[in-house]
Design a protein around this ligand. Structure first.
Ligand code: PHE
Length: 341
């Protein structure tokens, strides 16, 4: 019996535990309910009475030895498992699926970078706007239809009636109020209109506003800036044309078309066989707007323009349904992987 105990003791000491499997094998061989220590205890009844005490003590020591080794090996394994030194750095990595930038983000950063190259800064304003910045300061008469519930989402905020801004022109006013000319800034942002959602209209979309105020700014400067912009965005072959239009906050006003990038102005479905695509509205800032924003119209003049980011993205990426931009369908979004223009 004593010889068996001694053999087991040596076996316990020599047993090499390196991982969870060998730890479990150790437990089964020595400590488990069918393990050798249990069996040795079972043999205790055959030991002569006068030796029982001494052998019992040896067995208890054996059990402590095995349990001690088990516990300390277990602890050691647990700490090395969470220790970086056991990570096999030569193992090939699991590929991580990369997302794509949203097409509207791609277009917005492109527009920003084109204007930054000619000295424009980026400014932003709140999406929840007051009547003054969204309408009144922009020379909208009180009865103007855009103020109507049908176009504008009004919300109540405390005592004041506020609205979700219907265009980024509100940021023009904020910039003019808070700075002195020369001002050269673009304001990208989300705008809201109370429209039924369809392929061609949505209740929210994105615009980029441009504003340039200084002494002697002329309509020729506006035209030149937009020509530069169209060529930078659509390529050297792009041409623009201006059609007279009306906005309360600009006088004179124009709508700007770019030569159709899809058919090279030859005529196709997208340009409705005209060879031209409308991309933005613009004009010389109305003296009333300058005055309302604290800028002397006798000293300064300026121009403003505004465009829809969705519209530009539609032309760039041939996306023909506005709803796709906000549905978060990965099949749509994944198509923009690696797109950088
Ligand atoms: N705010 C106008 C719109 O939403 C666009 C615009 C901006 C027109 C600046 C002229 C000057 O349609």
């Amino acid at each position: 019996m004593k010889a068996q105990i001694e053999q087991t003791r040596i076996a316990i000491e020599d047993f090499v535990i390196t991982d969870a499997t060998s730890l479990e094998a150790f437990r089964i061989q020595f400590i488990g309910s069918k393990g050798s220590i249990k069996q040795l205890f079972g043999g205790l009844k055959e030991v002569p009475n006068e030796e029982k005490r001494a052998v019992g003590q040896l067995l208890n020591e054996l059990r402590q030895l095995a349990e001690g080794k088990f516990e300390s090996s277990k602890d050691a394994l647990e700490t090395t498992e969470s220790n970086d030194s056991t990570i096999d750095v030569s193992r090939p990595g699991e590929p991580i699926a990369l997302g794509a930038r949203h097409p509207l983000s791609i277009v917005r950063s492109e527009i920003i970078s084109i204007f930054e190259r000619i000295g424009y800064t980026v400014s932003e304003g709140p999406e929840i706007e007051d009547d003054w910045h969204n309408f009144s300061a922009l020379n909208f008469p009180p009865e103007h239809p855009a103020r109507d519930m049908q176009d504008t989402f009004f919300i109540e905020k405390g005592e004041r009636e506020m609205a979700l801004r219907t265009h980024t022109s509100s940021v023009q006013v904020r910039v003019m109020e808070s700075s002195t000319p020369p001002i050269r800034t673009i304001s990208p942002g989300r705008v809201y209109r109370n429209e039924a959602i369809s392929a061609r209209a949505h209740c929210f979309f994105h615009q980029v506003e441009g504003l340039y105020i200084d002494k002697n700014v002329s309509f020729a400067d506006l035209k030149q800036t937009l020509d530069y912009f169209a060529k930078a965005l659509f390529g050297e072959k792009a041409r623009i044309r201006l059609r007279p239009s009306y906005f309360p906050f600009t006088e004179p006003s124009a709508e700007v078309d770019v030569s159709c990038t899809i058919c090279n102005a030859k005529g196709c479905n997208v340009c409705k066989h005209t060879g031209w695509l409308e991309i933005l509205g613009c004009g010389m800032v109305d003296p009333n707007v300058l005055k309302a924003s604290g800028i002397d119209p006798e000293v300064y003049t300026g121009f403003a323009f505004g465009m829809g980011i969705e519209r530009i993205a539609q032309l760039k990426f041939k996306v023909n349904d506005l709803r796709l931009y906000s549905e978060n369908d990965v099949r749509f979004l994944n198509q923009f992987k690696g797109v950088n223009f």
